[in-house]
Design a protein around this ligand. Structure first.
Ligand code: UD1
Ligand code: CA
Length: 466
């Protein structure tokens, strides 16, 4: 059988992420700045991964070690190669750094910018498809473009009278007429890999920025008779680059607006003031849950149906059950709250704390790495750290687990149906048996037997029931 004439070449992806991003005015490399709680570079890597390329090459330089670490949280190491660009001499030089890996590959190379985080994989797939099918034989280079009302800052696409590609002119090199062009270069391209590297050797740096521009390559390829295709995309939001913090904030708002409206329209979540809530794209929220203004729901949080979250609360990487009531100004991190619990106002849960069904944590209560059993309550002014508390136990106001002796953390274990009196100090390690009670102001230094009452400083046993 004859093979298909136009069997597409294998796809590799190259992501440019070595620049510092001077316009961010930051000590942090631009691609490490966070959008929707993930570094910019991670957005691009996740999108690239969705295309299932043969390999992803990432050009790193500024804070390269940190960028490498960030990338490795997102991609499969076996299919990733890091390429060091020692000095940042421009986007053409950045691609050139990958020459030893790629110049002899008979492949298609998709080039992405680490600072263009909103691009969708469907758009990239369409770009690659046009690249392979252009005029029935494929192009040497296919450029993703878009028309903008305000093209300031982007490279302009210059076409001839027939509408065919002529060249890309950077903003800083554009004359007045070119500056008026509204079609811009998204910084995203497909190349025939061998043709790219052969033309790249001829790129010069005699331009306004004294840089080696990748954007000169298409013109050089055209000059030797190669086909340059243009994929003009309709959605300008996808190709927005982050060059400064105002653009970063714009994208943050865009993502959040999109997430919030999806939650309202598709998932039946109520937002009292949709413009003043932040919800991470990765969060899941159930039906008839009500979110008040100024709530932040971060990371991979999951919130059940019919829950209420009042103003000023932050929830990070936590699971919240059904019909939970979270009052104002709580901080809930890496924790789990069961169905029908009540939390706050001003409560702080962290370190994998768990509240089981119907438990209650009230004003100015902190739980660290603590399990509060079903129906148990800590209503006021309490610190519970490294504690395990049974069912239907009441922790009186002002109770503190003294879990740290200056060197080590120690556990506190409290049984079921216990009554801890107000202002009790539980000096860990310590255990309080089922049905026991402590008097107000007790300092408990020894284990308390089941069903006994202890009082005093340090607390001494005074009676034992039955
Ligand atoms: C680039 C394009 C411009 C396009 C715009 C789209 C060039 C010359 N210009 O401009 O036509 O409209 O993107 O967003 O390519 N980088 C390196 N090493 C370097 C320089 C840059 O890795 O030496 C990386 C940066 O980290 C960044 C990406 O390349 O992720 C783009 O660089 P940037 O300086 O932001 O280019 P723009 O001026 O935005
Ligand atoms: Ca840029």
């Amino acid at each position: 059988m004859e093979s298909l004439a136009n069997e597409p070449k294998p796809l590799d992806v190259l992501i440019l992420a070595a620049g510092l991003g001077t316009r961010m005015r930051s000590n942090l490399a631009k691609v490490l700045h966070r959008l929707d709680d993930r570094p910019l570079i991670n957005h691009v890597c996740r999108t690239a991964t969705a295309l299932a390329p043969r390999k992803i090459y990432v050009v790193i330089g500024n804070q390269g070690e940190e960028v490498r670490k960030a990338v490795l949280t997102e991609v499969d190491e076996a299919h990733t190669e890091f390429v060091w660009q020692e000095k940042q001499l421009g986007t053409g030089d950045a691609v050139n750094a990958a020459r030893p890996f790629l110049e002899n590959e008979d492949s298609t190379l998709l080039i992405l910018s680490g600072d263009v985080p909103m691009i969708r994989h469907e758009t990239l797939a369409a770009l690659v498809q046009l690249h392979h099918n252009h005029r029935g034989r494929g192009a040497a280079c296919t450029i993703l473009t878009v028309r903008l009302n305000d093209p300031t800052g982007y490279g302009r696409i210059v076409r001839d009278e027939g509408g065919l590609f002529l060249k890309i002119v950077e903003q800083k090199d554009a004359d007045e007429q070119q500056a008026d062009i509204r079609e811009i270069n998204a910084g995203i391209y497909c190349f025939d890999t061998k043709k790219l590297f052969s033309a790249l050797s001829r790129v010069q740096n005699n331009n306004a920025q004294g840089e080696y521009y990748l954007t000169d390559v298409p013109e050089l390829l055209r000059a030797v008779g190669e086909d340059i295709a243009i994929y003009q995309h309709r959605d300008p939001q996808e190709i927005e680059g982050v060059n400064n913090r105002a653009q970063l904030a714009d994208l943050e708002r865009q993502i959040c607006r999109h997430t919030v409206s999806r939650l309202m329209l598709d998932y039946g979540v109520t937002f009292i003031d949709p413009k003043n809530a932040y919800v991470s794209e990765q969060a899941v929220i159930g039906r008839d849950t009500v979110i008040y203004p100024n709530v932040r729901i971060e990371g991979e949080s999951v919130i059940g149906d019919g829950t209420t979250i009042r103003s000023g609360t932050r929830i990070t990487n936590s699971r919240i059950g059904l019909s939970v009531e979270i009052l104002d100004n709580c901080v809930i991190v890496d924790s789990h709250i069961g169905n029908q619990c009540t939390v706050g106002p001003f409560a702080h849960l962290r370190g994998k704390s768990v509240m089981e069904e119907n438990a209650k944590v009230g004003n100015f209560v902190e739980l660290k790495k603590t399990n509060l059993g079903r129906g148990s309550k800590a209503n006021h002014l309490t610190y519970l750290g490294d504690a395990t508390i049974g069912e239907n136990t009441n922790i009186g106001a002002g109770t503190i687990t003294c879990n740290f002796d200056g060197k080590q953390k120690h556990p506190t274990t409290i049984g079921n149906n216990v009554k801890i009196g107000s202002d009790t100090m539980l000096v860990a390690p310590v255990k309080v048996g089922d049905g026991a009670a402590t008097g107000a102001g007790s300092v408990v230094t020894k284990d308390v037997d089941e069903n006994s009452l202890v009082v005093g400083v340090p607390a001494k046993a005074i009676k034992k029931e039955n």
